[in-house]
Design a protein around this ligand. Structure first.
Ligand code: NAD
Ligand code: TYD
Length: 340
């Protein structure tokens, strides 16, 4: 019997990259096609352990390029699509929102059209809890799948728009979809523009760590491997048309996260530098994962075990980190954090 073909978009990025490795290893009877434009956030060196495997394939393409995407679907007849490709950083969406609309909204629509035309078995749209907006600091309220969408940043607005299109393709054309909405991820191969890898890379080099505002904003952190397992479960067992929230109840203030990393690395808290707050900075995110747990999902890491695993990984993979923080990253950092 022929292998089933799985298209993974954005598989050169952080979560998509971890997911591609997870799927290539777990399912030798699936052919995994990693489609990625290789923007600043994409990097293929992370795939040296799988790039020679027969069930791994790479395609460099833009999801918003309708002609290329239509031809690809015609040729490969994919069974499943797992859609990660996106512009993903809130700060970049504040300085340059346009590309977020092009990639996250129009790019998703192109994929939906291709999936519809070729009658795929399942389209999993990987979204974010940020589409729900923000919660109060009380730690008693949580995002459920019924929480209304109220995105606050250009990034989350573009993701919410793509979620709405995915929903509409289910309602209108009966396209077999699921939407997952996960909390903040961390783990191996996380690009150091986001809080956790940025803090690790700065602290290792004894450099100041920029904390926005008073550092009291709260995020709900999930190890990337637990997110990959959740998507695998939803792909195979998720009820068609349903949304699943993904999170493991690991709420931390940003200051707690930064201090944990500094203390684990044995450095001084004097490295913390409070800087001007992010515009429209969401106060708190927190997920109620009951629906996904009822499907059979359980996280393997809590924040304590996950963060020590992640710090260890960065210490053991300094070459990868050095490579991604050279060149254009330095220009980005200097512009974003003027004083550091
Ligand atoms: P990332 O920025 O690390 O990776 C994005 C990948 O998409 C990169 O490899 C990039 O080259 C590729 N890409 C960008 N534009 C493209 C285009 N036009 N065509 C093809 N490829 C393109 O992002 P991530 O953190 O891995 O996030 C992946 C997905 O998960 C996103 O959809 C994001 O919204 C969602 N998500 C992220 C988090 C998180 O904490 N990082 C949490 C929940 C959901
Ligand atoms: P980030 O990793 O950008 O993820 P998101 O904005 O999608 O939640 O930021 C996580 C939190 O850390 C968020 O509250 C903003 C804050 N933050 C800082 O304080 N300093 C930084 O340099 C960055 C990148 C983020």
């Amino acid at each position: 019997m022929e292998n089933k073909k799985v298209l993974v978009t954005g598989g050169a990025g952080f979560i998509g990259g971890n997911f591609v490795q997870y799927m290539v290893d777990k399912y030798p009877n699936y052919d995994i096609y990693n489609l990625d434009l290789l923007t600043y956030a994409g990097d293929l060196t992370k795939h040296c352990s799988i790039e020679k495997k027969e069930n791994y394939h790479f395609i460099k393409a833009d999801i918003a390029d309708r002609k290329v995407i239509m031809e690809l679907f015609e040729k490969e007849k994919f069974e499943f699509v797992v859609h990660f490709a996106a512009e993903s950083h809130v700060d970049r969406s504040i300085t340059n929102p346009e590309v977020f609309v092009v990639t996250n909204v129009l790019g998703t629509q192109v994929l939906l059209d291709a999936a519809k035309e070729h009658k795929i078995t399942k389209f999993v749209h990987v979204s974010t809890d940020e589409v729900y907006g923000e919660l109060d600091f009380d730690r008693e309220t949580f995002f459920t799948e019924e929480t209304p969408l109220q995105p606050n940043s250009p990034y989350s607005a573009s993701k919410a728009s793509s979620d709405m299109l995915v929903r509409a393709y289910y309602e209108t054309y009966k396209l077999p979809i699921n939407i997952t909405r996960c909390s903040n991820n961390y783990g191996p191969y996380h690009f150091p523009e986001k809080l956790i890898p940025l803090t690790i890379s700065r602290v290792v080099n004894n450099q100041k760590v920029p904390v926005y505002g008073d550092g009291k904003n709260i995020r709900d952190w999930l190890h990337v491997i637990d997110h990959c397992a959740a998507i695998d479960l939803v792909l195979h067992k998720g009820e068609i048309g349903e949304v699943y929230n993904v999170g493991g109840h690991n709420e931390q203030t940003n200051l707690e996260v930064v201090k944990t990393i500094i203390n684990t690395l044995g450095k001084s808290e004097d490295l913390i530098e409070f800087v001007e707050d992010r515009l429209g900075h969401d106060k708190r995110y927190a997920i109620d994962p009951t629906k996904l747990e009822q499907l059979g999902w359980k996280p393997t890491y809590n924040f304590e075990t996950g963060i020590s695993h992640t710090i260890r990984w960065y210490l053991d993979n300094k070459e990868w980190l050095e490579q991604v923080i050279s060149g254009k990253y330095q220009t980005y950092f200097a512009k974003q954090y003027k004083i550091l």
